[in-house]
Design a protein around this ligand. Structure first.
Ligand code: G6P
Ligand code: MG
Length: 218
């Protein structure tokens, strides 16, 4: 019996994944490192440090330079998210959050981002969720299940009572590793490991998700 839904933030409730991309692109350009939108696909849902490691590849940088680059990228990202408003919620997001609240289903944000709290505030959904797990909550990044386990605990639920909604392969992996149900948003090539795959949250009703999950069990 499912009692809670944990939403990833970037790429699920809002398209800040685009801003992460733009900020990394600006940094890569400044450093003269080849990078593009396609290369960015591998960074979806990946922690700040691991993202930078994927961008620099085998180029040699000191720890101090790595720290500076992570901070520089974050500065660019913060500039970009300043413009986020409730209009930036992706189609279907607010409807589903409100429907879940009505149905007595607990909701949480499970985002690896240290900026998640700010984005949630700018989106105006602080009081639409029961808990927020962010980049400060746990040490191990996705695909480790720690962040989602933390969110489930905050909701007072067992992992198997929770569904995670994710747009990233690493996030789907984290949900399944934690013993939770996974709904993947996006192409099968990316989120095909999830129990249910949907193109987006547009028009998605809680009953649709429940029906698709119960098909899995039968
Ligand atoms: C989320 C995003 C990633 C981002 C990570 C860390 O998982 O999907 O693109 O790298 O959070 O975010 P932060 O804002 O702390 O750099
Ligand atoms: Mg995401």
């Amino acid at each position: 019996d499912i009692r809670g839904v944990i939403f990833d933030l970037d790429g699920v409730l809002t398209d800040t994944a685009e801003y992460h991309y733009q900020a990394w692109q600006r940094l890569a350009d400044e450093e003269g490192i080849p990078f593009n939108r396609q290369a960015n696909e591998a960074l979806r849902g990946v922690s700040r440090r691991e993202s930078l490691m994927l961008i620099i590849g085998d180029r040699k940088y000191s720890e101090a330079q790595i720290q500076e680059m992570m901070e520089r990228k974050n500065g660019y990202y913060i500039e970009l998210i300043h413009h986020v408003t409730p209009k930036d919620l992706l189609p279907g997001a607010i409807a589903l959050l409100e429907e879940l609240r009505q149905a007595g289903i607990k909701t949480a944000i499970g985002s690896a981002s240290k900026n998640a709290q700010t984005v949630v505030e700018l989106l105006g959904i602080v009081d639409k969720v029961d808990a927020i797990a962010d980049g400060y909550s746990v040490k191990q990044p996705k695909p480790a299940p720690d962040l989602f386990l933390y969110a489930a605990k905050e909701l007072g639920l067992q992992p198997k009572q929770c569904v995670v909604v994710e747009d990233a392969a690493a996030g789907v992996e984290a949900a399944l590793a934690g013993g939770m149900w996974a709904v993947g948003l996006g192409p099968v090539e990316r989120v095909g490991a999830a129990d249910v795959v949907l193109p987006s949250l547009a028009g998605v009703k809680w009953a649709d998700i429940q029906a698709k999950l119960s098909e899995k069990v039968l």
